[in-house]
Design a protein around this ligand. Structure first.
Ligand SMILES: CCOCCOc1ccc(-c2cn(C[C@@H]3NC[C@@H](O)[C@H]3O)nn2)cc1
Length: 447
């Protein structure tokens, strides 16, 4: 047996997000978000699911904190629901919303669990979407107002903050591909939203420096990994183009103060341009304390003329798949992390999401999700390889603590290490929970 031993200071965690677990969508003064609108629009979400009740974590947070305590994690990453804490878009707080998160935060700290807050995990107030949403530069100001209010309310007890979760999903998946809210299919809109999300990130960092001087702040881009099918230049270039869309497009502006020219040229061929105003890139590229990385899958890929924006085709045949259909590709995790380290140097990295969808149900009071344990073993081995290769990994935060609303897939896709019965909201710890519990306690596991 091979033992994989992690550095003693590596932080172990689990993650969730507000719209995916809280429910209580119309309770406690919460206003509608774009995901309330999108999920209540027929045809957008599988089985017509929505986040109205979700996992009812708004009412069951005490139980969830106890589950986290028993799990033995160092950190819990959750998001604040912007429309739950802000009564309007001019900075008026909703006291009930503030009280909910203050209680949650205090409960975590009492149990010795460090809270990591994500400010934007996709639930934009609908009132802002009504004036253009992230396409409208004014939304950046509203985000900064919201972020400052959160720093003021919680900065004394929360010292790790993430500004934007998966800006590629919140921009291109949501406004160009169109499968996430608000469901537009317009490349220029995707580029405008991406730029304003990065600008909002930068403005929040600026405010954070003066308001939480002893805190750490970062953001959490997502990326998959594409390995060229052959060593032909056209296959190599095709993979590079597609990966730049998630990696360089969202990391070069932050770490280099510029957008990648290659993609700007490609977008220009589609008459789409990034509209940078004076000072934007200085705001976006000010120093941050860590980078989050969300990784799920990868594959090989090859050049395919006139296929999509980048003339590339991913080949998923031949790989084991999770129950959401994504290839299990742990080598991509190692390749991505070492690639990012080569591009951006020793920026501290937290794995802010990694996990797998397997839809096991409860049988005789237990959930045998051995496939998820195997996935975690493979990906934590890849993580260990990256650490041994010098990548400055500071923590691993598993997606997700519990089964939850998986966006356009609704409740049909289960990513949790805790099973949720969506009728009774009963939580059942899966076998993967007990496996991960040993990892968080021992800081090693056996292959
Ligand atoms: C027709 C083309 O359709 C393409 C679908 O393309 C994607 C890509 C990526 C995703 C995706 C989902 N997740 C998991 C979430 N990360 C944040 C957290 O909230 C998790 O629920 N990560 N990436 C979904 C769909």
């Amino acid at each position: 047996m091979t033992t994989i031993q992690f550095p003693k200071d590596l932080k172990w965690g689990a993650a969730t997000a507000a719209y995916q677990i809280e429910g209580a969508a119309n309770k406690g003064g919460r206003r509608p978000s774009i995901w309330d609108t999108f999920s209540h629009t027929p045809g957008n979400v599988k089985n017509g699911d929505n986040g109205d009740e979700a996992c009812d974590s708004y009412h069951r947070y005490e139980e969830d904190v106890q589950i986290l305590k028993e799990l033995g994690v160092d950190v819990y990453r959750f998001s604040i629901s912007w429309p739950r804490v802000m009564k309007d878009d001019e900075g008026t707080l909703n006291p009930e919303g503030i009280a909910y998160y203050r209680t949650l935060i205090q409960s975590l700290i009492t149990e010795g669990i460090e809270p990591i807050i994500t400010l934007y995990h996709w639930d934009l107030p609908q009132t802002l979407q009504d004036i253009g949403g992230w396409e409208n530069r004014e939304t950046v100001n509203a985000f900064q107002t919201y972020a400052e209010a959160m720093f003021r309310e919680f900065g004394d007890s929360v010292k790790k903050w993430i500004t934007i979760n998966e800006p590629w999903c919140a921009s291109f998946l949501s406004n160009y591909i169109g499968v996430h809210a608000p469901g537009k299919q317009d490349l220029q809109a995707g580029i405008d939203v991406a730029h304003h999300l990065l600008l909002a990130h930068g403005r929040a960092v600026e405010s954070f420096r003066g308001m939480v001087p002893d805190g750490e702040i970062g953001y959490a881009p997502n990326a998959d990994w594409l390995e060229p099918y052959s060593n032909s230049q056209e296959d190599i270039d095709a993979c590079k183009r597609d990966m730049q869309w998630k990696i360089e497009w969202f990391m070069d502006p932050v770490f280099k103060g510029e957008y990648p020219a290659l993609l700007q040229d490609i977008f220009a061929k589609h008459n789409a341009y990034v509209k940078v105003e004076e000072g934007d890139l200085e705001t976006i590229s000010q120093p941050i304390d860590f980078m989050g990385i969300n990784y799920y899958s990868g594959s090989i890929a090859r050049h395919k003329k006139d296929n999509g924006l980048f003339d590339v085709e991913a080949i998923w045949d031949g790989y084991d798949k999770t129950d959401i259909g994504w290839p299990v590709y742990p080598e991509g995790f190692y390749n991505l992390l070492t690639h990012i380290h080569q591009l951006y140097g020793d920026v501290p990295i937290y794995i802010t999401e990694n996990g797998a969808c397997y839809n096991h149900e409860v049988e005789n009071g237990m959930v045998n999700d051995q496939e998820r344990i195997d996935y975690l073993k493979q990906h934590l081995t890849a993580l260990h390889r990256a650490i041994k290769s010098g990548v400055p990994i500071k923590g691993y935060i598993l997606w997700s603590l519990m089964d939850n609303f998986e966006w356009a897939e609704g409740y049909s896709k289960r990513f949790g290490i805790v099973h949720v019965n969506y009728r009774t909201f009963e939580r059942t710890k899966k076998e993967s929970y007990y496996w991960y519990q040993k990892v968080t306690h021992n800081n090693w596991f056996e292959l």
